[in-house]
Design a protein around this ligand. Structure first.
Ligand code: ATR
Length: 281
């Protein structure tokens, strides 16, 4: 029996077992996806010895993504660029491979729900994106946008130093805008992404007037609780295409499942509904 799991600490709210459990059933595969709490101080040893726990791979979440990065013997381009690993698998030579699938999750979500979002558009919209936030999620998203040829990526973060660190890390095509100037920077951008925790249930709201944003810009949020954040609601009300953050969570799970169980799974409306029901329960 091929067995994978979500690992991290603590793990009470993970949606991953529902997602992978759904796909195992849908494709009629002999496999298992469990939940294994791994304390940060034991994490590197745990990941280096995955097979000791009968695992062929795993997802990695907070606070172990850097430990998984250190434990992996082989890293793909995304993991190297992002500096953190959220998916591990043992290959046919028992080599431990690490990837960061957040970038693919971000791209898969937009490709599915806003086709054409990354093509050069008319009405003065160049390939310019505005990214709010400068944490781990922003790092993955900036790498994803560079892969898709964005020429101007503006990072806007409350703490300017973190934005500067990201800009230094990626170098080309990255610009920094001060948090207090965030509304001015929306001119001519074709994609606006919120990667901060603002707007999440229990967190303060994101204060942002969209008056300067082109109506043809796509707006997305990585927050998915609530599904429709105030940012997405106000963007939708003025006619922008909006994409919620749940799709990123679903799409980032695809590459791991394919590595562990040999089938590239589909993100369907039925899966989305299942996860929404679990969030509500
Ligand atoms: P993740 O790895 O999930 O991206 P993180 O590293 O904690 O999480 O980043 C959270 C982001 O939300 C950061 O950009 C943070 O800004 P700071 O770097 O200034 O901390 C942003 N954030 C959180 N609370 C915020 C607030 N009240 N106002 C503005 N930005 C906030």
């Amino acid at each position: 029996m091929r067995k994978a799991a979500i690992t991290g600490y603590p793990l009470s709210h993970s949606k991953s077992p529902v997602i992978h459990g759904y796909w195992l059933k849908k494709y009629g595969l002999q496999g298992e996806y469990g939940v294994v709490e791994v304390a940060p101080e034991t994490a590197i040893d745990f990941y280096e010895n995955l097979s000791r726990n009968n695992l062929i791979g795993c997802n990695v979440t907070i606070p172990n993504k850097e430990s998984a990065f250190k434990a992996a013997a082989q890293l793909d381009d995304a993991a190297k660029a992002i500096g953190a690993v959220n998916t591990l698998w043992l290959d046919e030579n028992s080599t431990l491979n690490g990837s960061n699938t957040d970038a693919l999750g971000f791209l898969g979500n937009l490709d599915q729900n806003a086709p054409g979002w990354d093509s050069q558009s008319g009405d003065n919209c160049g390939k310019k994106a505005v990214v709010l936030g400068a944490g781990g999620a922003a790092r993955a998203i900036i790498w994803a946008l560079l892969q898709r040829g964005f020429k101007e990526i503006h990072i806007i973060n409350r703490t300017a130093k973190r934005a500067e660190e990201l800009a230094d890390h990626f170098g080309r095509n990255i610009f920094i805008t001060l948090w207090e100037n965030r509304e001015k920077e929306l001119h001519n951008c074709q994609l606006l992404v919120n990667t901060t925790s603002l707007g999440m249930k229990g967190q303060p709201n994101l204060e942002l007037s969209l008056d300067n944003l082109s109506k043809s810009a796509v707006v997305t949020d990585i927050v998915y609780a609530p599904l429709m954040t105030d940012l997405l609601k106000s963007a939708q009300d003025r006619g922008n295409t909006v994409v919620d953050g749940l799709g990123m969570l679903l799409h980032q799970a695809v590459p791991g499942f394919e590595q562990w169980f040999g089938v590239k799974p589909e993100v369907t409306a039925e899966l989305r509904q299942l996860v929404i029901e679990q969030m509500e329960s």
